[in-house]
Design a protein around this ligand. Structure first.
Ligand code: KG4
Ligand code: ZN
Length: 355
């Protein structure tokens, strides 16, 4: 089956043509990063308006790069949750219109399921690791989400959340710390680059929820600790202190993510650990996860960067699995929330068991 995927849940307008075995025939992403950069985060209304502007050209480009006419595809998959409502509506409306005009089957896809299945994508010109075998454990860490999942098959019913963040997502923490230090948006790549030249031991910051056994995360306390440090010592210039501060912050985020991810994979008896989401681009996360997973006898799979950040290819692949099972959605509703049942509640208060 050849499926057209459409993604507009946040600040990337994406369209892709993907075969149900994971081969990517085209993958077009129009990023809005520059549009939102002056605000230090995504502005929902600006995002919706930009999706509306970009949806058609991105769709046309995806078909052209795949060397196909849109009428030759076998089905359409679109992100319908979780995400910004106004942004999701643009993609879903485009998908419904196309499905009706072309008389093609349509399915809605949960964006998080797309991320979790991203290691199955094969890009023609990019080296991709061999796909994981089921069951696997995945750490999904992006600007909007940070959670661990057990994945038994390619469907919502076969994916279980093992633990998630109680407050900020890991990428959000990178972005907020970068904003605090005057480093621009998005913060991950620049903090990553500066941290490489710094000493993670030079500045003492708190460790975020390091408790062994708990698979929940919390990054807002660490962010506040960086804020307190800056209030006390002043914002560092472009010097060694800035690099040390980035290194200390990043080491705490990375070691917490890696420790809990390997614990989760071990608990679940999974032989493979997958890193997904934009934070999987982090150099230190990749290195330390590889060392820790190898020591635990677990295979680490990190998809190419383009598959980790938001894209429509992962949506097309996840949708293709649904379409192949004969599933169809007639009316697609959108939701700001994932369909994957959550075990971690956001905010303070009493927790579910196992914490
Ligand atoms: O998956 P993604 O493209 O978008 C969503 O949030 O869904 O992830 C973007 C996030 C941003 O918060 C960005 O700062 C972070 O991923 N990121 C990184 C790195 N590259 C991107 N975080 C840490 N280190 C990086 N190298
Ligand atoms: Zn995402």
């Amino acid at each position: 089956m050849i499926v057209l995927g459409i993604e507009t849940s946040c600040d990337e307008t994406g369209a892709a043509v993907v075969r149900s075995d994971g081969e990517v025939l085209s993958d077009v992403v129009q990023s809005q990063v520059k549009l939102h950069a002056p605000y230090g985060g995504v502005v929902p209304e600006l995002a919706s308006r930009d999706h509306l502007r970009n949806a058609q050209p991105v769709l046309v480009e995806a078909a052209a790069r795949a060397g196909m006419e849109l009428r030759d595809i076998d089905g359409i998959a679109v992100t319908c949750r979780p995400g910004l409502s106004g942004a999701l509506l643009v993609g879903v409306q485009a998908a419904r219109g196309l499905a009706w005009a072309l008389q093609k089957p349509l399915v809605g896809v949960d964006h998080l399921v797309g991320h979790l299945l991203s290691p199955f994508l094969r890009f023609a010109k990019l080296e991709s690791p061999a796909p994981p075998a089921y069951p696997f454990v995945a750490l999904l860490a992006s600007g909007g989400h940070t959670a661990l999942y057990r994945v038994d098959a390619a469907s919502v019913a076969s994916i279980r959340e093992l633990g998630a963040t109680r407050d900020d997502a890991a990428g959000e923490a990178f972005d907020k710390v970068a904003k605090l230090l005057g480093l621009g948006y998005p913060g991950g790549p620049v903090v990553d680059r500066l941290a490489k030249e710094g000493n993670p031991e030079a500045i003492d910051l708190i460790w975020p929820m390091r408790r062994r056994g708990s698979l929940e995360f919390s990054f807002s306390g660490l962010k506040t600790d960086v804020m307190r440090w800056v209030e006390k010592n002043g914002r560092p210039g472009n010097d060694t202190t800035l690099r040390d501060l980035c290194a200390a912050f990043q080491r705490r985020v990375v070691d917490t993510l890696v420790g809990k991810a390997v614990t989760a994979a071990t608990n679940e008896g999974a032989k493979t650990l997958v890193l997904a989401g934009g934070v999987a681009a982090n150099r230190e996360l990749r290195e330390r996860a590889l060392t820790a997973a190898t020591a635990a006898g677990i295979r680490l799979v990190v998809p190419p960067f383009r598959a980790c950040t938001d894209n429509a290819a992962m949506i097309a692949y996840a949708g293709a699995q649904r379409l192949e099972r004969g599933e169809r959605d007639v009316d697609i509703e959108i939701s700001p929330n994932t369909a994957l049942p959550r075990v971690t509640r956001k905010g303070r208060g009493e927790r579910a068991t196992g914490v």
